[in-house]
Design a protein around this ligand. Structure first.
Ligand code: SF4
Length: 236
């Protein structure tokens, strides 16, 4: 069995607890304009981005970092939307005896979400926006699917990760209500960055920017903190 990836990043510090190995799976069913990994959106191999890797090869790469996992780390499957290939990954998930995290937008079928929840020690779940029309037009996703999937995951494994954009700011009240209803382990918010600009040039895609100020980010953080105490601003 093989899966399609774009990269394996060793020594990752932002993708879950401890020092981690992050596997970027190729293919996503959303089209977030600010995506930091635009080369992971198309499931096709394009412009030199993407390769097939067998589960045995992937296991070897992941376990090269095993000594670092004593920090509480492990492997994080990111992307792209890692849940789209989770059935192909499952034989490896079964035999990996390390901490497993999925970084997911949670716009996936219930069956795939349940598999992820079963194997995950940690789940990083993005909250990008909650307005149904914006979710449909800007992300290309069905917000009802995202919301119903929250009922199938163990919240004590969850970190909600929220990009601070005009869309999340517009939906602050709804996001606060959501985190009251689904209290996670912690919440991370982050400002869009331009680290992926070169990849957009290579892919000949338009690079998206917004002018969100630090004051707006702090205000957003403070409003979230009224709904849930453990909110952190992270930087990539
Ligand atoms: S869900 Fe993630 S990988 Fe997919 S387009 Fe959005 S930011 Fe990119």
């Amino acid at each position: 069995m093989k899966v399609k990836i774009t990269d394996i990043q060793h020594f990752s510090l932002h993708d879950g607890a401890g020092i981690r190995t992050t596997v970027f799976l190729k293919g996503c069913n959303l089209k977030c304009p600010w995506c930091a990994n635009p080369e992971c959106i198309s499931p096709k191999i394009e412009k030199g981005f993407g390769m097939y890797i067998s589960l045995d090869e992937l296991e070897t790469e992941i376990l090269k970092d095993e000594p670092y996992y004593q920090t509480g780390g492990g492997v994080t499957f990111s992307g792209g939307e890692p849940l789209l290939q989770i059935k192909d990954l499952e034989p490896l998930l079964k035999r990996l005896n390390i901490n497993i995290c999925f970084e997911t937008a949670l716009f996936a079928g219930e069956e795939l979400v349940k598999i992820a929840n079963e194997y995950a020690d940690e789940l990083i779940v993005d909250i990008k926006m909650l307005n149904p029309e914006n979710a449909k037009n800007v992300l290309g996703g069905n917000i009802t699917q995202f919301l119903s999937n929250l009922d199938f995951i163990d919240l004590d494994k969850v970190t909600f990760r929220i990009p601070v954009t005009k869309y999340s700011l517009d939906d602050t009240t709804e996001i606060c209500n959501l985190i009251r209803k689904y209290p996670p382990k912690k919440i991370e918010i982050f400002k869009l960055h331009n680290l992926a600009k070169r990849k957009y040039e290579i892919l000949e895609k338009e690079f998206y920017t917004e002018n969100i100020t630090d004051a707006q980010i702090n205000d957003f953080k403070n409003q979230l903190k009224e709904a849930f105490d453990n909110v952190e601003i992270i930087e990539f």
